[in-house]
Design a protein around this ligand. Structure first.
Ligand code: NAD
Ligand code: TYD
Length: 361
């Protein structure tokens, strides 16, 4: 895609973990880009993530509170603004929540994506089908299902989702691809591995474990802790999305991975040791509790990122061993943020779910 000044980007779900990092990165590094952050502010969205920078970037940043399931509000937004790019992050994103309450995953991830595709298509047609418009759909490697001890997910691995979350993301990916093939909407799908870094909601493994160690609470490890995830630093992921929107080919899929595979138990033990050093403590490993496994728990995820590397020139810049220390430091230095996102709803959810999980050791 040709570089053009003054691009306007719609970011959906920009008040969540990855969207926040993406917008902050763009505002700082891309002076010709302006951003509209459209977010429903569910439990996972936090508008104060921009409190320190929104006045600095006043002219290039706008927040719109709204729900991607609401065709009327999305239609109004597309009437008001001419977007060059849509980067679609908004989703329900937590596997455990999709097991205890799948319906909202279908509503937001499938129907919400459909609404956004419809609005984008309508405006793209009205504007004369510009070839450089991009709809970037941010998805997950979980759509490919589970790997055994060997092998990697490529862009042609058949979809085989296990959880209601991954099934809903798979369905949304198919809709995005269908809108490219059927209507020509210039869309791209990215499928990435597990992200970690600043601003991640503390229901996901890494921030949950960091905070539980800080507070000397039990560290719940599902099953035997041998499930493997391929960890991607969120800053690397944001760079990859920028690369895709600048150089990616419409209609294509790009897998994005960190190339850092670890069994969960190793992540938890590493965090215990790191935090013991930082907090001048010992024996955090004694807090580890093996608990009942997650139903349908995928064994291993691992991304083959050679397509984005060879065709677009992206590869991760950060080493896991360094970026995990940065992440721990961020949580230690941002306890106010943690307190503010742990709302009553979150506390209620975590209490209910963890009281249902019995320790199995
Ligand atoms: P998140 O849960 O932290 O944030 C999601 C954001 O979407 C929140 O700000 C929330 O308020 C907003 N949102 C939810 N429902 C909405 C709706 N109906 N309308 C408008 N906004 C709504 O998620 P994340 O971790 O930042 O993930 C972003 C995207 O990346 C998701 O699509 C997710 O599937 C995908 N992804 C995430 C990871 C990961 O490790 N976090 C890995 C692979 C893919
Ligand atoms: P999670 O962060 O929920 O991401 P995902 O399910 O999308 O991979 O979980 C990462 C891994 O850690 C996954 O294998 C489940 C496991 N896990 C635990 O062992 N304990 C926990 O408390 C959580 C939240 C996850």
């Amino acid at each position: 895609m040709e570089e053009k000044n003054n691009k306007k980007i719609l970011v959906t779900g920009g008040a969540g973990f990855i969207g926040t990092n993406f917008i902050r990165n763009i505002l700082k590094t891309k002076p010709f880009f302006s951003v509209v952050n459209f977010d429903a502010l569910t439990y996972a969205g936090n508008i104060s993530n921009f409190a320190d920078i929104s006045s600095i970037y006043d002219e290039r940043y706008r927040f719109v509170h709204g729900d991607i399931r609401d065709a009327a509000i999305i239609g109004k937004l597309f009437d008001e603004e001419d977007f060059d790019i849509v980067v679609h992050f908004a989703a329900e994103s937590h596997v455990d929540r999709s097991i205890s309450g799948p319906e909202v995953f279908i509503d937001t991830n499938v129907n919400g994506t459909f609404r956004l595709l419809e609005a984008s298509l309508k405006k793209w047609n009205m504007n004369g089908k510009p070839d450089d418009f991009r709809f970037i759909h941010v998805s997950t490697d979980e759509v490919y299902g589970s790997l055994g001890d060997t092998g990697y997910f490529t862009e042609t691995t058949p979809y085989d989702p296990s959880s209601p979350y991954s099934a809903s993301k798979a369905a949304s990916d198919h809709f995005v691809k269908a809108y490219y093939r059927t209507f020509g909407l210039p869309a791209i799908v990215t499928n990435c591995s597990n992200n970690y870094g600043s601003f991640q909601f503390p229901e996901k493994l890494i921030p949950l474990i960091i905070l539980n160690i800080m507070e000397r609470k039990d560290l719940p490890v599902y099953g035997d802790g041998k499930n493997v995830r391929d960890w991607l630093y969120v800053i690397d992921h944001c760079d990859a999305i920028l690369t895709v929107l600048e150089k990616g080919k419409q209609g294509e899929t790009y897998n994005i991975g960190g190339g850092a595979e670890y069994p969960n138990i190793e992540i938890v033990e590493l965090l215990c040791d790191l935090m013991d050093k930082k907090l001048n403590r010992s024996a955090s490993r004694e807090l580890i509790r093996f608990v009942n496994d997650r139903p349908g728990h995928d064994m291993r995820y691992a991304i083959d990122a050679s397509k984005i590397k060879n065709e677009l020139g992206w590869s991760p810049r950060f080493r896991f061993e360094e970026a995990i220390i940065e992440t721990v430091d961020w949580y230690l230095n941002n306890t106010d943020w943690v307190d503010s996102v742990r709302s009553g709803e979150y506390r209620h959810w975590i209490e209910k779910n963890y009281s249902d999980r019995s320790v199995v050791e």
